[in-house]
Design a protein around this ligand. Sequence first.
Ligand SMILES: [Zn+2]
Length: 219
Amino acid sequence: MYLILFGAPGAGKGTQAKIISQKYGFEHISTGDILRESVKKGTPLGKKAHEIMSSGQLVPDDIMIGIIKEKLSEPQLRDGFILDGFPRTVSQAEALDRLFGELQFGVGAILVFQVDEEELVNRLARRRACRECNNIFSNDVINNLTECPKCGAKYSFYQRPDDDESVIRRRLKIFIDTTLPVVNYYKDLKDLHRINGLRPIEEVTEQIFGIVEELKSRG
Ligand SMILES: [Zn+2]
């Protein structure tokens, strides 16, 4: 079984991926990680990818697909895996489909973590981080406090540059622009589920477990 995850910034994709892989023992495959891994191991494809990246170019699809194929051929992945960070384009999605056919992977689903833009901007704009312990708090909680409730540091709160409104809006726009064509491609081909990432974590988890259980019952 496989799950392919797409996630808007702030939609909790990473958190849920961790929970799913703990519960079901699915390996969480981030394409960034396996790319680095094959470069480090110095596999033929890893060497090629390294050369290309060193010259400042993006790793082309055929090499990336080759690296993913090496990874997905590992026997423990037959039980289930979560693919994260790929595909990013429709042609990558088509190549991945061919690969899944070749490797005879069974059932799977696409999970698209979405957020309401205004709600996300509101939520992140209220976040403050502690410079000392890096914990994140809502401004509603630490308002008027001079000391960090976790580590006791004084006047240590700040707003992370990532949480700035214009940064959030730009990242969301990039996500929507790049992901939408791929999501549209999958819509008619695969079991695609939209997940509202701003709901409480447990509710989101429950929805996803429901999807996985349903897939399992289909074999
Ligand atoms: Zn602190």
